[in-house]
Design a protein around this ligand. Structure first.
Ligand code: GLC
Length: 572
């Protein structure tokens, strides 16, 4: 008998981007009272856990990922009391809550950095990474040079992200103790775990080996945009890897993660850690370090196809199985850093159908699913082509580099910035067809523009009671998942391994076997059940058909699955 699964293995997580979720006080920015008012919606949707992007005080150069106080609440989101009310109300609805823990860097306005930069011999002088002169050509992945001069101290500090995000020196045990103190602060309040931000960036190559790419960051971004042939694409991918390989994924993490795990284990209730990285090594032996790392390779593709999914699952699940204590997967197709699922994996002709298929994919594969707010109503990327409206510093920096350094024509530069910025996938949640999509009152200008498609049905209110809506579809799927233990817990057994147009697999626990068929093609499929011994002779009991057509029960020789249809059935 396998041990029973932990809550974070069977839960469906939903990421809230607080700034864009719900604005209760009408200042154009989401807040905790807004989030509290939407908890019934989330409970009814059928998710089990919430991940909040950072809600801490921040000067917002990176919208909360530059933290100036790890134990506070940004005033625009409310007070600590509001946070506690949110946590209490979430727990009362059986919704767990995990927070974002940003370990690699703080804000340059954090008191630790202010002290560290004040002199070369203050008590925190060694809390960040200081050098007399830039020792190499390392780049910041957000804004060019990775070494920035501090006139107060007369030295340079290192930052993997923006210059307003100095890297902490994790070789200093005091840094660790201070950060674990912050983690305990939230664990004491009752949070259920953390999503660890950018963990691959914590350590750097101690030899400070320079990169050998013949471009700087802006040049490489531009080269990536202009790469059209497979050979050019492969070359820029290699460049991306080579440019940052000495600043990422360096040794030292196992001890650090064991330490953090020990902090979480001081608390009852299986507090969990999920790492923003796709490297399974961060799970250590399968216990005692991270519980989950995201399966980013699943989404790191231009197109989600059945062969891609099969390859991905084969590789991931094998790696997880090899760990001394069997590891658990974690699937996602969207977050606050990337193009929205609906836009990214659409083909412009069948976006709605593909969004449904991909939602079903994430919710039926083996592993913990993470959804991103707004995907359940089909929110799409919203391109902000006026550079003065961009809020993502990474994009304003790139726009300026394109125009000033690379002499790209401003119209073209604006388009490129609109495409690369993360603003496009962070626009306010669309709650209704009222002005501002019901996010903020009509007279208010939200911090990012609302995608005008809220007026064309892409909003919660219009979809809420419409059985044919995407929202109803997510709700139905989540209910099927909850009612079928095989979908939450079961082994994954791929079927029809060479099919290009569709994906068919079983999920299997002792008491139940479920068949999932995802038809990724525009053609009707007649699935020949006699082809696999696992299906032959079984009686099917339909659990879900995306088309809403009549059930397909019994033991047919072949199953008629419509174009882009999702079919889920229990095997008897
Ligand atoms: C992570 C976050 C991203 C942030 C970066 C720096 O990748 O997801 O939003 O900008 O870390 O903290």
């Amino acid at each position: 008998m396998n041990p029973p699964l932990k809550w974070w293995q069977t839960a469906v997580f939903y990421q809230i981007y607080p700034r864009s979720f719900a604005d209760a006080n009408g200042d154009g920015i989401g807040d905790f009272q807004g989030m509290i008012s939407k908890l019934d919606y989330l409970a009814d949707l059928g998710v089990d856990a919430l991940w909040l992007s950072p809600h801490f005080p921040s000067p917002n150069w990176d919208w909360g990922y530059d933290i100036s106080d790890y134990c506070g609440v940004a005033p625009e989101y409310g007070s600590l009391g509001d946070f506690q009310a949110f946590l209490r109300e979430a727990h009362a609805r059986d919704l767990r809550v995990i927070l974002d823990l940003v370990l690699n860097h703080t804000s340059d306005e954090h008191s630790w950095f202010l002290e560290s930069k004040s002199s070369r011999d203050n008590p925190k002088s060694d809390w960040y990474v200081w050098v007399d002169t830039p020792p190499n050509n390392w780049q910041s992945c957000f804004d060019g040079e990775a070494w920035t001069y501090s006139p107060e101290r007369g030295q340079y500090y290192y930052h993997y992200f923006m210059k307003q995000q100095p890297d902490l020196n994790w070789h200093n045990p005091q840094v660790k103790q201070a950060m674990w103190g912050a983690a305990r602060f939230w664990l004491d309040l009752g949070v259920d775990g953390f999503r660890l931000d950018a963990i691959g960036t914590i350590y750097e190559d101690p030899a400070l080996t320079p990169h050998r790419v013949p471009l700087n960051l802006a040049g490489l971004r531009r080269a990536s945009e202009l790469a059209t042939t497979p050979a050019e694409r492969t070359r820029v991918e290699r460049y991306w890897h080579d440019m940052f390989k000495n600043q990422l994924g360096q040794p030292g993490m196992h001890d650090l993660m064991k330490d953090l795990r020990a902090v979480l284990d001081e608390y009852p209730g299986d507090r969990m850690l999920v790492g923003e990285d796709d490297n399974i090594d961060y799970m250590g032996t399968g216990e005692g370090e991270l519980n989950l790392v995201f399966n980013f390779p699943l989404m790191r593709t231009r197109e989600i196809t059945p062969p891609h999914i099969r390859r991905n699952q084969k590789e991931r699940l094998a790696r997880l199985d090899e760990l001394p204590v069997r590891g658990w997967g974690c699937n996602t197709l969207g977050n606050h850093d990337c193009t929205r699922l609906y836009s990214r994996f659409g083909d412009r002709a069948h976006d709605a159908e593909l969004a449904r298929l991909n939602a079903a994919l994430v919710l039926t594969l083996r592993g913990t699913p993470f959804l991103y707010n707004g995907e359940e109503i089909g929110m799409t990327d919203f391109l902000i082509t006026d550079p003065s409206q961009l809020r993502d510093t990474m994009a304003t920096w790139y726009y300026a580099s394109l125009v000033n350094d690379l002499k790209v024509e401003p119209g073209e530069a604006a388009l490129r910035a609109a495409e690369m910025t993360r603003d496009k996938n962070r626009t306010p949640m669309q709650w209704s067809n009222q002005p501002n999509g019901g996010f903020s009152p009509a007279e208010v200008t939200p911090w990012l523009p609302v995608n005008p498609d809220y007026g064309a049905g892409v909003n919660v209110k219009d979809q809420q009671d419409d059985p044919a809506s995407l929202l109803s579809y997510y709700r139905r799927l989540l209910r099927v998942r909850r009612s079928a233990p095989a979908l939450a817990e079961g082994e994954y057994i791929p079927l029809h391994l060479t099919a290009k147009a569709y994906l068919a697999f079983l999920r299997k626990v002792e008491i139940q076997t479920v068949l999932v068929v995802l038809n990724y093609s525009a053609k009707r499929l007649d699935l020949d059940l006699s082809r696999s011994s696992q299906l032959r002779g079984h009686v099917l009991r339909t659990l879900f058909r995306s088309s809403g057509r009549a059930r397909l029960d019994g033991s047919p020789r072949s199953l008629p699955i419509g174009a882009f249809e999702v079919y889920i059935a229990e095997l008897g």
